[in-house]
Design a protein around this ligand. Sequence first.
Ligand SMILES: [Zn+2]
Length: 150
Amino acid sequence: MSEAPVTDWSRGLELKAGDWFIGLYQPSPETTGYWQGVARHELLLKNCPACDRHFHPKRIVCTECGSDALEWKRASGRGEVYSFSEVHRAPSAAFAGATPYVVGLVKLEEGVHLFTRFVDAPVGIGTKVAVDFRPLELGNLMPVFRPEGA
Ligand SMILES: [Zn+2]
């Protein structure tokens, strides 16, 4: 009887699904416009012109009318903290120098929830936040949220 291999989590672990690293920057065809906006320091959401409803950047069909003619529309960049968690154990070696850091969900004024990094000051549920753009650990420019006034 052999023992199960022991994973050394102290140095982090690259989590993969096929060729994709889990949880890291992953451009895909439906989000190309989103990342082009990020490069210009603009936060974009999908919008259905017929319903004037906003959707997550990955959404490809309007849940109200079924239209697939969604367009990119600039978001206000403001919202509030919906949930958060402080990360103390780096998910990979690249993040080892960044801990502790705070990730979570921001609820934008448009009603869309985005997973993000909270920066610059402590946050709590309901903290009013605004978007900013920062190069994070892997070198990619990413939208992050900081408390308003921080
Ligand atoms: Zn619609």
